[in-house]
Design a protein around this ligand. Sequence first.
Ligand SMILES: NC(=O)c1ccc[n+]([C@@H]2O[C@H](COP(=O)([O-])OP(=O)(O)OC[C@H]3O[C@@H](n4cnc5c(N)ncnc54)[C@H](OP(=O)(O)O)[C@@H]3O)[C@@H](O)[C@H]2O)c1
Length: 337
Amino acid sequence: MNSRNTTVAVYGAYGHTARFVIDELERRGFGLILSGRDEERLLALGNDHSGAQIRPASADDPESLHRALSGAAAVINCAGPFAHTAVPVLDAAVRAGAHYLDVSAEQVVSLAIFERAADAGTVVVPSMAFFGGLGDLLATSAADGWTDADAVEIGIALDSWHPTEGTRLTGQINVPRHLIYTGGTFVPPPQPPRTLKWEFPSPTGTLEVSELATTDSVAISRHLSTPEIRVHMSQQPLRDVRDPGTPAPVAADDSGRSSQTFLVDAVVRRGEEQRRATVSGRDIYAVTAPLVVEATSRILDGRITRTGAAAPGELFDAQDFLRALAPEPLTLLWDGR
Ligand SMILES: NC(=O)c1ccc[n+]([C@@H]2O[C@H](COP(=O)([O-])OP(=O)(O)OC[C@H]3O[C@@H](n4cnc5c(N)ncnc54)[C@H](OP(=O)(O)O)[C@@H]3O)[C@@H](O)[C@H]2O)c1
C-alpha cells in the first residue's frame, strides 16, 4: 500500500454479503468504516474488526450518511433492496468525494445510478457483483476488443440457490420491474420466459435454462454495441429461490462460503464468429466480495483516471481483472474462439 487514502466504508455492513466484503477488505489491508442503520449490530460486528470505525447512518438522513462517509476514499454499498439505499448513499459518497460501488441486482436501480452519476466527480460502479460485474467482465473478455456484436448470451448454472433475507426482500420489490435487453432496448420479459437448452462445459453438460432479468445486461449495454443481451439460468436454482421454504445459505467450511457452485458462460457472436469466456466457482454471495474489492483496489491504486459512472467492462481490463482472481476464487475455463 502507498500513501493514498485506502479507507473504505461499507454500508449495510452487518449483512450477509457485506461480511464477506469486509473480510476481503481487511485481508487486503484497507482501512474500514462500518456503517448501517443499526448501531448495536455495527458495534457487535466491530468486535471482530479491531481498528474499524463504527459509524451508524440512516439512508433517510443525508447528514448522517455524510458524517459516516467523510474521510472515506470509497464506499461499497451492500444494503439492499437498493431501491431504498442506492441514491442516498451515492449522493453522500459524491458529496464526500468518495468513489461509489454497489452490489445491486436491481436493473432499474443500476440504470438510474448510471444516469444520475454520469458526470460525478468520483468513480461510480453499480452492480459490481456476481450479477452485473462478473457477466460484464466475462462478456468483455470474450469480445476481446470487439466494440460491437450481433448478440451476447450468458448462461448461468447453479447447483442450488439458498437465498438470503436481502435476496428475498429485493425479489419482492424487483420482480415486477424486471427488464430484458432485446432489439437494442430494455423491455419487460415475455411470460412465460424464454426457455432453451444451454451447452455448458463438461462435466455440467447440457441443461435447460430460462431467461432471467439481471444487471449483466445493464452493464454490458453501456459499452458493447449489440441489439441482444440475453441471460439465462438453469432450473434448479430458480425453483429454489422461488420456494419460500428454501433455507438461507450456511457456511460449508471455515471460509464462510456455502457449498453452492456456479458456472457462468458468456458467448459473444458476430457474423459467423463466436467468442466465449467461462468461469466456475463457489458461492455467488461470497464471490461478490473479491469482485467488488478488486474493483475498489484498482480504482484506489490510481489505475483508473476517469470519473463518473462506468460499467466494469468499460472501466477495467477485463481479462487482466479476471486473471487476478484465478485460480481462487474463480476458475477460468476459457475455450477461446
Ligand atoms: N448483484 C449480485 O450478484 C448480488 C450479490 C449479493 C447480494 N446482492 C444484493 O445485495 C443486497 C444484500 O444482500 P445480502 O445477501 O447481504 O442480504 P442481507 O444479509 O439480508 O443484508 C441486507 C443488508 O442491507 C441492509 N438494509 C436493507 N435495507 C436497508 C435500508 N433501507 N437502509 C439501511 N440498510 C438496509 C440490512 O440492514 P437491516 O438488517 O438493518 O435491514 C443488511 O445490513 C440484496 O439486495 C441482494 O440482492 C446482489
